[in-house]
Design a protein. Structure first.
Length: 146
């Protein structure tokens, strides 16, 4: 009886309760990242990988954002707010609030960068395969006569 009173174990929560916030923010982030990548793919692929950082943050250290970066920020901003509000944290000090926003933005930036690099790698693989095929065909000697 005393073990029950003084036990440090808590009753396990239901799985759906544990996953409630994760199930909400996961699709929010994934959909936003996919939308940004699909909408601005050509720009993101042609710019340096760091192009996305000021777009997600909504500010650039040295100058103004480009029009595309402003558009990206406009579509990402509400998602960041939705994810932040999904945590339902009250009475956070400014440091804690900034840290949470920092983490959310970092995840979004990381996912977009991953998509850009994965796409670039796939393009490079295809180009290499095509080049290897061309090289193989150039080294073949015709057999017979036409």
């Amino acid at each position: 009886m005393l073990k029950k009173i003084f036990s440090k174990r808590q009753t396990p929560q239901k799985t759906e309760d544990i996953m409630k916030i994760a199930n909400r923010i996961g699709p929010l982030v994934d959909d936003a990242v996919q939308h940004v990548f699909m909408t601005y793919k050509m720009v993101l692929l042609s710019e340096p990988i760091t192009y996305i950082v000021p777009a997600v943050w909504g500010a650039k250290q040295d100058g103004d954002l480009t029009d595309i970066q402003k558009e990206i920020h406009g579509s990402i901003g509400p998602v960041i707010e939705d994810v932040f509000n999904s945590f339902e944290m009250k009475d956070l000090c400014h440091d804690q609030e900034f840290a949470l926003y920092f983490l959310i933005r970092g995840i979004i930036i990381s996912k977009i960068i991953y998509m850009i690099e994965a796409f670039r790698n796939r393009l490079n693989e295809r180009m290499t395969e095509e080049q290897n095929l061309k090289d193989a065909l150039m080294h073949h000697k015709p057999v017979g006569r036409a």
